[in-house]
Design a protein around this ligand. Structure first.
Ligand SMILES: C[S@@+](CC[C@H](N)C(=O)[O-])C[C@H]1O[C@@H](n2cnc3c(N)ncnc32)[C@H](O)[C@@H]1O
Length: 216
């Protein structure tokens, strides 16, 4: 749930991305709200728990909520600091089942078609000419499984220049949707109100929500 400032000086070099996010997390004792994202809760409500992948899991609130709801969770993030916090929260909650991975999404080279749910909540995935991050998200979903990508709406030109933020550098639900072919059914593609009271993302008031099911 980033403030636009969060990415103002984000590096383009994938190797520096982890360090950037470690620094961002280290600036505050807790960066996000500690609550599972509302769009995740709403969109997974009708689903039968299976294997879930949380991409860019941050401090782990979504992964822990999914695990408590019966999902078998793999949660990955580039930030060591974030994952240490997530592991601490897991310990406090007595949840030992989440598989935490410190890696970038693309670098993780996940097995194809494995997860019944792939969730990316406000992921800070850099775009590449080959759409590597988008394809990694799609590839990870099992036949019959669901891909859920949630993000903030793109900032206006004014907001972007005020914060030195270039949204075009990052993967959005729109770019993921553009890669969905006849093997996918788009179940939700909308912008809706968002209410988060605490954490660095509290000022964001809308979510862009894409939920798509892989057919067959
Ligand atoms: C805005 S935060 C969202 C965190 C969490 N999903 C949430 O909703 O609280 C974006 C997260 O993506 C992680 N991240 C950035 N680049 C990544 C990459 N290439 N692969 C995986 N995670 C990445 C960051 O470390 C950060 O934790």
């Amino acid at each position: 749930m980033p403030h636009t400032d969060a990415h103002a000086h984000a590096p383009q070099d994938p190797h520096a991305v982890g360090e950037f996010w470690d620094q961002r997390y280290s600036d505050r004792e807790t960066l996000w709200s500690g609550e599972p994202n509302a769009a995740l809760v709403a969109e997974t409500h009708p689903l039968r728990p299976g294997r879930a992948l949380d991409v860019g899991c941050g401090e782990g609130a979504d992964a822990l909520w999914l695990a408590a709801a019966g999902w078998t969770v793999t949660a990955l993030d580039v930030s060591r600091v974030a994952l240490e916090r997530a592991a601490r929260q897991a310990e406090l909650a007595g949840i030992t089942s989440v598989h935490w991975l410190q890696t970038g999404l693309v670098e993780a080279a996940l097995p194809h078609g494995t997860f019944d749910l792939v969730s990316a909540q406000y992921p800070a995935l850099l775009r590449t000419p080959g759409n590597d991050a988008e394809r990694a998200l799609l590839d990870a979903v099992a036949p019959g499984g669901v891909l859920l990508v949630v993000h903030h709406p793109a900032p206006t030109g004014e907001e972007a220049s005020a914060h030195g933020f270039d949204a075009a550098l990052y993967v959005s639900p729109t770019q993921v949707a553009a890669l969905l072919d006849e093997n996918w059914l788009i179940e939700v593609d909308e912008t809706r109100p968002r209410h988060v009271a605490t954490g660095a993302g509290a000022h964001h008031t809308e979510d862009v929500v894409l939920r798509a099911r892989r057919l067959g």
